[in-house]
Ligand binder design. Sequence first.
Ligand code: NAD
Length: 281
Amino acid sequence: MTIGIIGSGAMGAGIAQVVAVAGHDVYLLDQSTTALEKATAGIASTLRKLAEKGKMTAEAAQAATARLHPTTDIQDFSNCGLVMEAIVEELGVKQQLFRQVEMVVPADCVLASNTSSLSIASIASACQRPERFIGIHFFNPAPLMALVEIIPAVQTREGLAEEMRALVQSWGKLPVLCKDTPGFIVNRVARPFYGEAIRLLEEGVADMATIDWALTELGGFRMGPFALMDFIGHDVNYRVTESVFTSFFFDPRFKPSFTQKRLFEAGYYGRKSGRGFYNYA
Ligand code: NAD
């Protein structure tokens, strides 16, 4: 099956690598040629390094790289059996994108969003055939994180979630089915985790490095909350927090913080921009 992926940023590039290694031909589309070039060069280099380390054969790495087709032309999706998007976390933009996708893809092509927080039902509602729409939510970095949330919307046809669960499992991932509720499983639990860490900082209970240290060294987390938010990017992370808060009818448990909002507004997105809670320059 040929797979289309839209958005070649952190998530789209990672997902493209996963599916190319799994043996699918992949059309990776982005509106930015710079992002596409960075993604394709990054994937090729990662696969080469994996081969050098003996984690895959050089032939397999080359074959996976050859299966990856960067494009800016949506017409290349005309033979796709599955199209997944990983573009900006904005409902209107995602809805508009799927209207365009539906004009190109076959009638039985499955459409999926990698959204972290938006309702799958609301994205699907923009489609002519919402019954083929589903959430397939990977975690960052997609090639390394085994967990994938599979989220059928109320419109999703019966059986599709199970088909996608089996497909994602065949890629070596551990899919879990969950309901279409704000933040799904992981991002729902993660919002208060980030929020409480920022509140500790704002109240002067401890500094960032101490909080991160406590959670990694003592709490057993792989990354502390501030390092993790910087890794995800405040553009993505802040928008997700705002979206979950709004979707839960402004439940104070999910309230975003001004501290993070200011970082977002300043363009201090974290690692990707060289500065966030920490300085990476
Ligand atoms: P990103 O900013 O790294 O990449 C987004 C890419 O989409 C960019 O290259 C941009 O040029 C492209 N793009 C934007 N609008 C487009 C359009 N209309 N058509 C074509 N390309 C377009 O973002 P990301 O971190 O990869 O996040 C993408 C999606 O995945 C979001 O919905 C986000 O919530 C979700 N997500 C992010 C993470 C994470 O940790 N970063 C984890 C899981 C899910």
